[in-house]
Design a protein around this ligand. Structure first.
Ligand code: UDP
Ligand code: MG
Length: 132
């Protein structure tokens, strides 16, 4: 059993899509081990996305992630990290497969509805970041 961090981002919460997204998570066999609705401050968003700090979209990404409430979850499943990224779809909703969350609920490469850890080390750090 593996754990990963999932976030329903501000656009999806604001557009009333969090219920549908949680339902898809359940139907795809994840155990929701932790779940909370919260907001993050600029400093924390900068820390969370530190790997992207040199990227041109960094500042906008931080503004977006601090623009409203988010729902943060720890998901458990066999191969949870890859399995959750598969259910999310590609970063850009335009290229995401049919049936993925980003295809259904993402609006753009930035406003793409959900986050998922990309490696076991990232998952461990990101879970610690939100659930001390
Ligand atoms: N992002 C963006 N523009 C880009 C690439 C990414 O605004 O060209 C945002 C988007 O919200 C994405 C986040 O930055 O989810 C983190 O990017 P990453 O490459 O880690 O994509 P992810 O792992 O979320 O698929
Ligand atoms: Mg990423």
């Amino acid at each position: 059993m593996q754990s990963t961090l999932a976030i329903i981002k501000p656009d999806a919460v604001n557009n009333l899509n969090s219920g549908d997204i949680v339902r898809l998570i359940e139907l795809n066999g994840f155990n929701i081990k932790e779940m909370k609705k919260t907001t993050i401050e600029k400093k924390d968003a900068e820390k969370f996305y530190a790997v992207h700090k040199e990227r041109p979209f960094f500042k906008e990404l931080v503004n977006y992630m601090t623009s409203g409430p988010i729902i943060v979850m720890v998901l458990e499943k066999t191969n949870a990290i890859a399995s959750w990224r598969e259910l999310m779809g590609t970063t850009n909703p335009d290229t995401a497969n049919m049936g993925t969350i980003r295809k259904m609920f993402g609006q753009s490469v930035q406003l793409n509805a959900v986050h998922g850890s990309d490696s076991p080390q990232a998952a461990q750090e990101e879970i610690k970041f939100f659930f001390k």
